[in-house]
Design a binder for this molecule. Structure first.
Ligand code: GRG
Length: 294
């Protein structure tokens, strides 16, 4: 097995090359919108979701080429959600991925449209995916639309907006994160399995892995918000505390939140039992997310 560092770099490059091919060039009319879409898409995101998608395909003995359109579609939706989340009407942030947010450069209206463009582009890219009788195009479209829709990603954002300034319980916080972070992350992993024609038992295991990993990822994100600098994170640190948002460190304390992240990572590992050594890369990625510092 190659080192994790070279795995992350080579797989991120595969995704970047494909995204560049799928997206209209920045000069294509109307050029402003394509510049704005590319500005955020190629701003140096970690590409965690697409890499997890490719790694899940490999764990199911699939070819990464078949997973690439699915990985790119997920990254477009993720980037759209960040652009819209940063808008003044939402989280009102000036920095993302280490540079000015989309609306700070292109204006609010164009940032709304850049998000809309990426969300729509995700489904156009999805249309390029190879399918199997077990996972036809209808199954792929439903999978992605459900994770991005008003029952998951948008539901999480609604609960987050409505919870601002209010005391919320750990169960409510878990709901927000399962929808806002966990659903798209789980779908990235499931789509990887689907691209490899995974049997139901493996898809079920990937789903359990995704749920535990998605929550662990968010607990760690909450921890980093209070322990790291804005420079390190490439976005404004300390925002959760400033906005009096409920977070895992606020509810469980820092040590409690760290213990919870470790517990969820162990749960993610346990879900991979069915894969034997084929799951090693996914296990390694889960550990990497636990230990990350940005
Ligand atoms: C606007 C419908 C809508 C939803 C917005 C994405 C989101 C929901 C809010 C952003 C704030 C937040 C805490 C999201 C949780 C997911 C998360 C931690 C995103 C950051 O993901 P990374 O760290 O970012 O993978 P990069 O930039 O590396 O891709």
């Amino acid at each position: 097995m190659s080192s994790l560092k070279s795995y992350l770099a080579s797989h991120a490059k595969v995704v970047d090359t494909a995204l560049d091919r799928f997206l209209p060039p920045a000069t294509r009319k109307p050029a402003t919108i394509h510049k704005a879409m590319r500005y955020s898409l190629f701003a140096g995101g970690k590409r965690l979701r697409p890499i997890l998608c490719l790694a899940a395909a490999e764990a199911c003995e699939g070819k990464i080429e078949a997973a690439v359109p699915l990985a790119c579609a997920v990254e477009c939706i993720h980037t759209y959600s960040l652009i819209h989340d940063d808008l003044p009407a939402m989280d009102n942030d000036d920095y993302r991925r280490g540079r000015l947010t989309n609306h700070k450069v292109f204006g609010d209206g164009m940032a709304v449209l850049a998000g809309d463009g990426l969300l729509t582009m995700a489904f156009e890219i999805l249309g390029h995916a190879e399918t199997w009788p077990r996972y036809d195009m209808r199954a792929l479209v439903r999978e992605l639309a459900h994770a991005a829709g008003s029952l998951k990603l948008i539901a999480g954002q609604v609960a987050d907006l409505e919870g601002e300034g209010r005391r919320i319980t750990e169960a409510q916080l878990r709901f927000i994160h399962e929808c806002k972070t966990g659903a798209l992350l789980t779908t990235s992993i499931r789509l990887g399995g689907m691209s490899a024609n995974a049997p139901a038992s493996e898809l079920k295991a990937l789903t359990r892995f995704g749920h535990a990993l998605g929550l662990a990822f968010q607990v760690i994100d909450d921890i980093l918000d209070v322990t790291q600098t804005s420079e390190k994170l490439g976005k404004s640190a300390g925002k959760d505390v400033a906005a009096k948002k409920a977070t895992y460190p606020a509810i469980l304390g820092l040590a409690g939140a760290k213990a919870e992240a470790r517990r969820l990572t162990a749960e993610a590992h346990a879900a991979l039992e069915v894969f034997g050594s084929r799951g090693d890369r996914l296990r390694e990625l889960a550990n990497h997310l636990l230990e990350r510092d940005f």
